[in-house]
Design a protein around this ligand. Structure first.
Ligand code: G3H
Length: 249
């Protein structure tokens, strides 16, 4: 089965309600390929999720940027998977490198989060990626395989998972991976899935790229056979996000 192109916009910790409304209105007016061709998911900060969901066109969807690892309760400051389900938020981003680095989220913890979110019925954008130091020491594939393994060990169904390869050195730096660099890691991740999960999961799981994607570099990246879309940070706050969505065709 063909893998439908996926474009996620991670707004990170940005925006006021006025700015959010402006971004949504730009998205709503855009002419983009149909939902059959590209799946578009935007991820505003938690506090804006209901607003964005209520205003956003029906062919685009929303994602939370995180959720708690287990059922909610006495966990001050956290947002549970149950709450996202209650608000009909279909997607959640988990394991983003900013959380792995700044909040010490380990591979195991991310694996647990992915498993719990899936068990509640959420769809998950699960992020993996190496630091510059790890790339320079030649351990890129080992690092992303280890991160993927920690997820694979805890889930049995990959239907609702999109794997996002986001090299840490490319995030927010303007230093995008070359199409060849992205393709190489995506192909390795697909091979890992084939060898360690199944040929079917390897063939059907979308592996998207994130890290300084913009309107100018998206076309060439999108043309790579194992690049099934993007997780976009900075450029998802700008009108060029539309061009990135259009790179699906
Ligand atoms: O989740 C998105 C990534 O962190 C990429 O961010 O496009 O600003 O480099 P960026």
């Amino acid at each position: 089965m063909a893998r439908k192109f996926f474009v996620g916009g991670n707004w990170k910790c940005n925006g006021t309600s006025e700015e959010v409304k402006k971004i949504v209105s730009t998205l709503n007016e855009a002419e983009v390929p149909s939902e059959d061709v590209v799946e578009v998911v935007v991820s505003p900060p938690f506090v804006f999720l209901p607003l964005v969901k209520s205003l956003l066109r029906s062919d685009f969807h929303v994602a939370a940027q995180n959720c708690w690892v287990r059922k909610g309760g006495a966990f001050t400051g956290e947002v549970s998977a149950e709450m996202l389900v209650n608000l009909s938020i279909p997607w959640v981003i988990l394991g983003h490198s900013e959380r792995r680095a700044l909040l010490n989220e380990s591979n195991d913890f991310v694996g647990d989060k992915v498993a719990y979110a899936l068990s509640r019925g959420l769809k998950v954008i699960a992020c993996v990626g190496e630091t510059l130091e790890q790339r320079e020491s030649g351990s890129t594939v080992a690092v992303v395989a280890e991160q993927t393994k920690a997820i694979a060990e805890k889930i049995s169904n990959w239907d609702n998972v999109v794997l996002a390869y986001e090299p840490v050195w490319a995030i927010g730096t303007g230093k995008v991976a070359t199409p060849a660099q992205a393709q190489e890691v995506h192909a390795e991740l697909r091979k890992w899935l084939k060898d360690n999960v199944s040929a079917e999961v390897a063939a059907s799981t979308r592996i998207i790229y994130g890290g300084s994607v913009n309107g100018a570099n998206c076309k060439e990246l999108a043309a790579q056979p194992d690049v099934d879309g993007f997780l976009v940070g900075g450029a998802s706050l700008k009108p060029e996000f539309i061009d990135i969505i259009k790179s699906a065709t």
